[in-house]
Design a protein around this ligand. Structure first.
Ligand SMILES: Nc1ncnc2c1ncn2[C@@H]1O[C@H](COP(=O)(O)OP(=O)(O)OP(=O)(O)O)[C@@H](O)[C@H]1O
Ligand SMILES: [Mg+2]
Length: 410
């Protein structure tokens, strides 16, 4: 069997590594042609229907984010259950699997579904069946987190002005969306001075302020209209309100918005201004993290400790992380990790080096650091932070949904 998969680098390596909606590995040309036609009818990339069996699927998927819907052919498999188990090792959380086969065996069907396979379809498959299978990748409830729960909320808060909180928010969101293939919403709650849209070179959407003043406006239609699409996986919600416009937002509206977004996306990254962190920490319920960003200064340290204490009190279920940014910029007089940690109140989880040259280059081009200088030390530190936060970083990438669902190995 041959496989016509394009060359792809390691799972987390490339900027173009995105989770595709649909991929199929089938053993015979008739089935392949049928799925290919259905995929084309649905506007999906033809190149994602490969000729091959489970072992080819495993070899290819070990190196790339796995698709939202994966079709595999068990025809010709000596031990389908064992091979499905091995395939599950390389599947990322959130991938749904449909198996095709020649055996009309109800026990096999049961065993497969017990291992998390969504459906088992007998070959040969008609054009109509192909169409039904392919259309499943469209119906997937957008943004379930792969474990069926709401997406994780990550709030990024600067301990002081200008420490790089927005830079951290944009970069980790971009990496989650583009490198980890997670559907990610990036929300800029600084409606007047926010810089997220600018950093990504997108126009801020309309209606965000009005919605935050009036919860009744927040429905799926609003979210669809107001969110600006940066890519298939990254969506931005922000504003650029005139400075003379008044704004009195309703805390209930923010709660509702976050709730809706968590059900529509795998990850919701919020650039949360300090004033809102004080009053809105309650949005950080379970399955949420707050990242307090500081520079290595005394004032930054003081405010990191104060904010971390506030968050731990106001949002006891959330994970609170402290991050040092712009490390090495000032050289003389900079505080280090040990200074921040001396009182035992916070742990510095990540240190992001100062890289003024790369920052200026990406700001000028309207791209993230992750894009402009993916191999820089600053990008690597941001990637490690994003990986930890998304729980889909390198350590967790191979924990399959199947295992989590059925609680057993292959
Ligand atoms: N690691 C870094 N190295 C060098 N420059 C950085 C780094 N991180 C951020 N910057 C720069 O610092 C400036 C402020 O960054 P950013 O806007 O992200 O901070 P902020 O905390 O969101 O600020 P504000 O309080 O205004 O919201 C920007 O010019 C950005 O490019
Ligand atoms: Mg900011």
């Amino acid at each position: 069997m041959t496989i016509e998969a394009p060359e792809r680098p390691g799972k987390m390596a490339g900027r173009h590594q995105q989770r595709v909606p649909f991929m199929a590995f089938v053993g015979d040309e008739v089935t392949r042609a049928s799925l290919l036609r259905a995929a084309c009818d649905h506007g999906l990339a033809a190149a994602e229907v490969f000729q091959g069996g489970l072992s080819e699927a495993r070899d290819v998927l070990a190196h790339i984010p796995t698709p939202r819907l994966l079709v595999v052919d068990l025809g010709g498999c000596a031990d389908p259950l064992a091979e499905i188990g091995v395939l599950s090792e390389v599947c990322d959380p959130g991938t749904r699997v449909v198996a095709l086969g020649n055996l009309n065996d109800v026990d096999l069907f049961r065993e497969l579904t017990a291992r998390g396979v969504e459906d088992y379809v007998l070959k040969p498959i008609s054009a109509e069946t192909s169409d039904t299978i392919v259309s499943r990748c469209m119906e997937e409830p957008a943004g379930t987190d792969g474990d069926g729960g709401p997406g994780k909320l990550i709030a990024v808060i600067g301990a002081r002005g200008g420490v790089g909180a927005s830079t951290v928010a944009v970069n980790i969101a971009w990496m989650m969306a583009h490198e980890q293939g997670l559907r990610t919403a990036l929300v800029d709650l600084d409606l007047y001075f926010g810089s997220i849209a600018l950093a990504l070179d997108v126009e801020p959407g309309r209606g965000f302020r009005e919605a935050l003043e009036n919860p009744s406006r927040i429905d799926s239609l609003f979210i669809e209209r107001a969110m600006v699409r940066q890519s298939d996986t990254l969506f931005v919600l922000g504003a650029e309100e005139a400075l003379d416009t008044g704004f009195s937002f309703d805390p209930a509206a923010l709660d509702l918005l976050i709730e809706k977004l968590r059900h529509g996306f795998d990850r919701v990254v919020v650039d949360l201004p300090r004033f809102a962190a004080r009053s809105q920490a309650n949005i950080l319920s379970a399955r949420a993290a707050a990242v307090v960003v500081s520079d290595p200064t005394l004032a930054g340290m003081r405010d990191t400790l104060r904010l971390a204490a506030l968050l731990r009190h106001a949002a006891p279920d959330a994970e609170v992380l402290a991050v040092m940014n712009k490390v090495g910029a000032g050289k003389l007089g900079e505080l280090d990790k040990d200074d921040f940690e001396a009182g035992g109140e916070v742990r510095i989880e990540h240190r992001i080096p100062a890289d003024a040259k790369a920052m200026v280059a990406c700001a000028g081009a309207g791209v993230t650091l992750a894009e402009a200088a993916p191999r820089s030390r600053a990008a690597a530190a941001l990637r490690a932070l994003g990986g930890q936060l998304s729980e889909a970083g390198e350590g967790a990438a191979k924990v399959s949904l199947w295992r989590r669902l059925v609680g057993r190995g292959s």
